[in-house]
Design a protein around this ligand. Structure first.
Ligand SMILES: [Zn+2]
Length: 188
């Protein structure tokens, strides 16, 4: 099923999400729903807190930018209980957006390289290194599991300028082509 996307201001986006184990109820369905919701909203990645589930899963599918970034065309992954164990390389600036913060894009500085371990949907463990666009998307989604949003990472001046925009978004003042849930609204 397609879930509504939780919007900035909702407390679930600020919680530190919990690790899960293999017995997590309907995990297969949760993963399918995350992808279905991601495709409906035309994003590149989606973390479980963004559908109101405070658990450590995120999914990525780079297909929408596959024409410009060939390495991403077939980059479809499920990350369960991921740990970024190392970040390195020169920090890079890149413009980011987020399905939970519609109509807002800002330049964010992040480390260029990461090492990460995680389980996939079959509970196979992976230890991988990423750089470039993939490292960027993974770090953005991973932050969601710790209650961190990309707008937290902009400089102090930009942050001050963003404040009123973020308040407006939290009150529902935005356009989105997908269903959303605001603070104070009940999930499910
Ligand atoms: Zn996001």
């Amino acid at each position: 099923m397609v879930y509504p996307i939780v919007i900035y201001g909702h407390p679930v986006l600020r919680k530190v999400a919990e690790e899960i184990d293999r017995d997590y109820p309907d995990l297969e369905q949760v993963i399918a729903d995350l992808f279905e919701t991601l495709y409906k909203s035309e994003g590149l990645g989606l973390a479980a807190p963004q559908i109101g589930k405070s658990i450590r899963i995120f999914v990525i599918d780079g297909k929408p930018v596959g024409d410009d970034e060939p390495g991403l065309a077939d980059f479809r992954r499920v990350f369960i209980n991921a740990h970024i164990t190392e970040k390195y390389g020169d920090p890079e600036l890149m413009t980011e957006g987020c399905l939970s913060i519609p109509n807002l894009r800002e330049e964010v500085s992040r480390d260029s390289h990461i090492k990460i371990n995680y389980y996939d949907e079959n509970w196979h463990i992976h230890n991988e290194e990423y750089d470039g666009y993939k490292a960027r998307i993974i770090q953005h989604e991973y932050d969601h599991l710790d209650g961190i949003l990309f707008t937290d990472k902009v400089g102090p001046l930009r942050k001050r300028l963003l404040k009123s925009k973020l308040i407006a978004i939290s009150r529902g003042n935005f356009e989105a082509d997908y269903k959303t849930i605001l603070q104070g609204q009940k999930i499910k």
